[in-house]
Design a protein around this ligand. Structure first.
Ligand code: EPZ
Length: 418
């Protein structure tokens, strides 16, 4: 089992090009199955979740080719409609293929994705949206058998929660449904805008992406095109947090600063100096971080749940007491017990965490509980006294491209031990 071994205490400095967005690449790659022909996806990050998505595309009959940071997907002769259970289990967000498979094959057979480390991850909103568009879904023994008895028909879909995945599935399927679909209470994340931009370049007629109401005029066919995936705002935030926690001075290039509009002010609250020049974000950290009075995770444009675990590590060594409320997922504090092993003082009650900043953390052997919890532990290792070993890297490898090499480039003392 691989692990990251970190000797803490170094200030991070230097500049880094932020990776392409995992949460944008995944739905766009699903969309390459819906559209016809050869799609060229630029700035596609090298991640295990992307590798799993490639396996699903090939299983559906697509041809794929990786050329550097480009991924080429040719769906010309693809006609599959199933995702094997093993791949569904490998990556639960493969449920975002449902809308694309139904849009192309007019039927689908997938297993219910099941929960994951951060929560139950139900898909009721996905299925509600599919049924509203005319899909018949039979659930039996953990399998979803979907058929489209009549034609898909545009409709009004009101989501009780602005689910990112359910919005993506609804947009994908509605793009090729006859008539107009209006999604109300749609997710507003930048990744939704990126998906809709790709689909519109392929001939879709989608308006309102990034707002709470998205309107889609269905079209007969979508033709493949090229597209460059946006910067990963969560990975970018994680590297900024690494600069902040080590008293460093770092610059991130190729970002979309406005995608971090809810994160940068929180970094300034801790005493960091942020400056923005075009697509570059520069952070200069104070000698001692100040606490974060109260942080509440919310759907975009609120503070993102994916940044909650890594920013908690900053509060663990800040001056004073911080409060974090996790509103999106029901068990996203799994990194807390591991931080306690490193000397942090954190109490949790349900979705609330109270963090009393300590003078220092101490190196320890810890285990990543999930993707973002893993990054929180690496950040703790960067500042802890002594050596920290972070195990169960499969989680981190899902979402951070070249994580340890990038941190090394910023002057961290970190190596991967196989
Ligand atoms: C996407 O997950 C992201 N994943 C997550 O990032 C991110 O945390 C999340 O959006 C919120 O921003 C990808 O884009 C691949 P949701 P998704 O549907 O679509 C509940 C990471 O670390 N819900 O907006 O699954 C759900 O249980 C990952 O990169 C239902 O109840 O998120 C959760 O409490 C983790 N029924 C809340 O909504 C449904 O049908 C948010 O889920 C769907 C969701």
């Amino acid at each position: 089992m691989a692990s990251l071994v970190i000797n803490g205490g170094r200030r991070l400095n230097g500049s880094l090009v932020a990776q392409g967005s995992k949460n944008s690449a995944l739905p766009i790659l699903a969309a390459t199955y819906l559209v016809n022909g050869k799609s060229i996806i630029h700035n596609c990050p090298r991640l295990s979740d992307v590798e799993c998505t490639i396996k699903i595309l090939e299983n559906l009959g697509c041809k794929t080719e990786r050329r550097g940071t480009d991924l080429i997907v040719d769906s010309t002769s693809a006609s599959g409609h199933e995702i094997p259970e093993s791949l569904m289990r490998e990556m639960r967000s493969s449920v975002v293929f449902l809308g694309a498979i139904l849009g192309r094959a007019k039927k689908a057979k997938i297993s219910t994705p099941g929960g994951c480390e951060i929560g139950l991850r139900p898909i009721d909103l996905h299925l509600f949206a599919m049924r509203k568009l005319g899909v018949e879904i039979e659930e039996s023994y953990g399998k979803l058998l979907c058929t489209i008895p009549q034609n898909l028909k545009g409709t009004k879909i009101t989501l009780t929660f602005p689910s990112v995945g359910a919005t993506e599935n609804a947009v994908l399927l509605a793009s090729v449904a006859r008539g107009t679909t209006t999604i109300i209470n749609a997710a507003r994340e930048p990744e939704i805008i990126d998906l809709c931009n790709f689909l519109n370049k392929c001939g879709a007629k989608i308006s309102g992406a990034g707002e709470s109401v998205i309107v889609i005029e269905g079209v007969e066919k979508l033709e493949a095109t090229e597209h460059s995936v946006i910067c990963d705002r969560i990975a970018a935030a994680t590297y900024l947090f690494a600069g902040a926690i080590t008293g460093g001075d770092i610059a991130l290039k190729n970002t979309v600063p406005q995608h971090l509009n809810s994160i940068l002010p929180v970094l300034e609250e801790t005493g960091c100096e942020i400056s923005i020049k075009c697509n570059e974000i520069r952070l200069k950290a104070p000698l001692k971080l100040r606490r974060i009075d109260k942080l509440i995770t919310q759907p975009y444009p609120g503070f993102p749940t994916d940044a909650q675990a890594p920013i908690m590590t900053l509060t663990a060594i800040a001056e004073g007491t911080s409060v974090i409320v996790e509103n999106i997922f029901e068990s996203r504090f799994k990194h807390v017990p591991e931080l306690l092993r490193m000397g942090a003082k954190i109490r949790t009650e349900g979705r609330v965490a109270v963090i009393d900043g300590v003078k220092r953390l101490y190196g320890a052997s810890v285990v990543s509980p999930d993707l973002r919890g893993g990054s929180a532990l690496v950040l703790a290792g960067l500042v802890a006294h002594g050596t920290t070993e972070v195990g169960s890297l499969k989680h981190i490898d899902r979402g951070y491209e070249n994580f340890e090499n990038n941190l090394c480039m910023l002057n961290a003392d970190i190596i991967r031990m196989e």
